[in-house]
Design a protein around this ligand. Structure first.
Ligand SMILES: [Zn+2]
Length: 461
């Protein structure tokens, strides 16, 4: 692939001018040259400030189709659990074509917002009645197809879902389509592994839905299957999202959920603990020492009334985090990072909570975590403009009013904390430009299929 030139780019050791980025035909960066203006005359010029693309470490793509549809007050009031009932009812109306159409829409939205990779936490395995599709990997393949259509990198996380609650409680009827037995789960992983072969934008990981849904005896065999199919792949799990979940875990085991997980599973840097909202300080210290990444989804956690994650506690312990858009109430790294920081400010009545260093930029600190933790959680070589990483980046328009008169870290702070207009001008994934002039070329076509899908689903509801 031809070289490209950036007037200013954020490299692993800081801002650099006159940067020439070289990549191979497979979409991997091969060389990063500074002070390159002479050679750059033949290279394509990137129209703005170049920074790595953001990994989105937690997505349930189908939920984009119901965003905004669970905002009416019920009796006696709405909670995460009543939202979940609505989500199950919505999911029950979706077939493979619908999931593919909705996923393509949300993936295009992610790219235009600056996400270049997504980890898809996928548990909608079967038909609405719980019957297995003829192809057990059907739904996973639809998610891959949607990602390829959009041009986003994807780590598919086929999810193990075995029980309806702590202690191996039976599944509710509306959870049947999530169910996996050991053999079926292994087949789905193998099918997904075949679909990732020789495609640099696809990868495979595993997800354990939660401690509610995965009995202890299933942990070790699932990880063994994962390592046989995709050695060293990322492992994701929802944990401690709700206080009720913490109480139920205490009742069941006498231990808090994050402690229980750390006591019984080989949690390490390949793990992504999603939410961990109600982890104690002691638990977060253990998480930090394990090297695991905490997957934070601030706009969904706000939408669902989960609570505020104690970020400063994790950071003081040296822990890692990344961001995800989860239910897609919002699809924007800006909103996730902004609300992550704002939640801390509101809870602590302080400013610039995430930026620990004197004079350090809050946005730069947030972004560096999201890149580093995000790369680990998606299990792909992304999140950095350096040789060996995927050629995934975004180009911010320095002339956009949101960024006018700002440069370097000030420009990042303006992007995350000022205004609502989107100054992402170009997005590149694997060395290919997938968003130009702020627009995905398939935006209209993908949106019209999405519109037809959500209209039809509404009529069947
Ligand atoms: Zn989730």
């Amino acid at each position: 692939m031809p070289d490209v030139y950036a007037r200013t780019a954020l490299l692993p050791d800081g801002w650099a001018d006159d940067v020439l980025l070289s990549m191979d035909d497979a979409g991997t960066i091969t060389d990063v040259l500074r002070g390159a203006s002479r050679r750059a005359s033949t290279a394509g010029r990137l129209p703005g400030v170049v920074i790595p693309g953001l990994p989105n470490v937690h997505s349930h793509a189908f939920q984009r189709g119901m965003a905004g549809l669970a905002e009416r007050r019920g009796a006696p009031g709405e909670s995460f659990w009543s939202w979940r009932d609505r989500m199950y009812a919505f999911a029950a109306r979706l077939g493979p074509d619908d999931v593919e159409a909705i996923a393509a829409q949300v993936y295009v939205e992610m790219l235009e917002a600056g996400y270049t990779a997504v980890a898809e936490f996928h548990y909608l395995h079967h038909g609405p009645d719980g019957a297995t599709y003829d192809n057990p990997g059907e739904m996973g393949e639809r998610l891959f197809a949607a990602a390829t259509r959009a041009g986003i990198g994807i780590t598919l996380l086929p999810t193990l879902y075995r029980a309806g609650g702590f202690g191996g409680r039976a599944l509710a009827p509306e959870q049947r389509r999530f169910l996996s037995d050991a053999a079926g789960y292994a087949r789905r992983l193998e099918a997904a592994a075949r679909a990732t072969a020789e495609d640099g934008e696809r990868a495979l990981g595993v997800a354990l839905h939660s401690l509610r849904a995965v009995p202890p005896d299933d942990l070790a065999p699932t990880l063994a299957v994962a390592d046989a199919v995709a050695p060293g792949c990322p492992v994701h799990i929802h944990v401690a999202e709700q206080e009720r979940e913490v109480e139920e875990c205490l009742e069941w085991s006498g231990t808090r959920p994050v402690d229980w997980l750390l006591d019984h599973a080989p949690v390490s840097a390949r793990w992504c603990l999603v939410h961990a909202t109600h982890a104690s300080g002691a638990e977060l210290g253990r998480v930090a020492r394990s090297g695991a990444v905490v997957g934070l989804c601030p706009t969904t956690e706000a939408n669902l009334g989960d609570g505020i994650f104690p970020l400063r506690t994790l950071l003081d312990a040296g822990g890692a985090f990344a961001i995800g858009s989860d239910s897609h109430a919002s699809v924007s790294p800006v909103e996730e990072l902004r609300w992550l920081e704002y939640g801390q400010r509101l809870a602590r009545r302080e400013r610039t909570v995430t930026a620990a260093l004197p004079a350090g930029s809050t946005a730069r600190t947030l972004l560096e975590h999201a890149w580093r933790g995000g790369a680990a959680a998606v299990g792909r070589s992304v999140g950095s403009l350096s040789p060996g990483r995927r050629a995934d980046w975004i180009v911010l328009d320095p002339d956009h009013p949101v960024l006018a008169g700002r440069d370097r870290d000030d420009l990042l702070d303006a992007w995350i904390f000022a205004g609502n207009a989107n100054p992402v001008r170009e997005v590149w994934v694997g060395g290919r430009r997938v968003v130009a002039d702020g627009r995905h070329p398939a935006r209209d076509e993908v949106a019209s299929r999405f519109r037809r899908t959500v209209e039809r689903v509404r009529q069947t509801g």
